[in-house]
Ligand binder design. Sequence first.
Ligand code: 4AD
Ligand code: MG
Length: 477
Amino acid sequence: MKTTSVLELLKGEKLLQEVTIKGWVRTFRANRFIALNDGSTINNIQCVVDFENTDETTLKRITTGAAICLKGVLAESQGKGQKVEVQVSSIEILGDSDPETYPIQPKKHSFEFLRDNAHLRTRTNTFSAVMRLRSSLSFAIHQYFNQNGFYYMHTPIITGSDAEGAGEMFQVTGLDVKNPPLTEDGNVDYSQDFFGKETNLTVSGQLEAETFAMSLGKVYTFGPTFRAENSNTSRHLSEFWMIEPEVAFMDLDGNMDLAEDFLKSVLGYVLENNADDLAFLEQRLIQEDKSKPQNERNEMTLTEKLRFVVDNNFKRVSYTEAIDILKNCKPNKKKKFNYLIEEWGADLQSEHERFLVEKHFKCPVILFDYPANIKAFYMRLNEDGKTVRAMDILFPGIGEMVGGSQREERLDILKQKMAALDIDEKELWWYTDLRKYGTAVHSGFGLGFERLVMFATGMSNIRDVIPYPRTPQNASF
Ligand code: 4AD
Ligand code: MG
């Protein structure tokens, strides 16, 4: 018989029918009630075992974590907490789980402990909900671009260029592990490059995306990117996924409109399609809040927060205006606000961003027109000669969610900028070519996917929204 998913069974449409289900035991109570989960939903199905007619050995093997196959009839449940249950007629143990050693017990585990058991943490409610939401958001992202006339392009992972010009790259060597190149004295020659060329793992697919935008019009990438910055924060990973749309004939205003519409659309998608997982994560946060002092609790529930972003306009503020606001705000050391910024030209620290978003505007903020010298080489210089057409989107609880810009499309100015920053023109000959042949206004942005997943799930550490986090301390699994 075909198996039915738990999600399908809980709809109750198969009432009184014979069903077959496969899944993992979450709990087994009183030798009678199995809570079974198969990943299709946050909810378990209750399966009632006829223990008098089941042999002892089988009953003993129904342990937390075991994989089992059940046959039975879907019936209305007499008990509280569920509408339907399966009256089990046969049990097959597919894979045992030793209760003495299985790490995921039916109790609350710390996130640190679960990070050390990342291969099993999606057997918990929290992590299965987070990963289903992550999958749903990926789908919503592809759907958004597909419906809006964008082509999906794959940018290289191994590349010779430093797209951000910030030198935060992991080098790729051409080492053949089995047969490594050796130095004259017989040691492995680690200085060897990728088949004779210096390469690194990509920090961003933007520059290649620009080449496609200048021929296909509207494109986006969605792939892994790598940063060798040694940041041990709850918002940085060494390997993260980035979504980067790039559009020809679009200026910075169009870029801001696109980013705002895009974010509202994908968050709206999960509100519509992931209600059960969101409700579970929302309850988790409400419980967590209870152990916090009043002033540290969330003002809105998770779904209220998402709904707020979807329904309200983002605030658009120039960097210069933001600096004025920060200069005029009263620092309050007691409440740990010390936001004062010294002068125009300084880069904003995360405490400044948090003040603007969480205390001052209380909504997502798009900051634009940053000083040229704190931003990347490819951003379009404004008429004032000192600011560039950059934008960052800041979100409450997250900080920088998006970084983007209108690109410098004028060859002479781009060349001056590259020279000033010591960027070798020869290395980026193909990039400058775009400005020689049919150059045009164009813009794009990068969204850190894990930061979006953090916002959508309410998780506070970026390591808990990616299957296997790569950070300066952790690259196992
Ligand atoms: O601001 P960034 O560095 O911008 C770029 O890479 C541009 N090339 C994007 C573009 O215009 N096409 O990175 C973009 C976003 C950030 O806003 C942040 O959300 C995320 O990527 N990000 C990280 N996420 C996790 N860990 C890190 N180490 C991150 N660095 C950036
Ligand atoms: Mg940035």
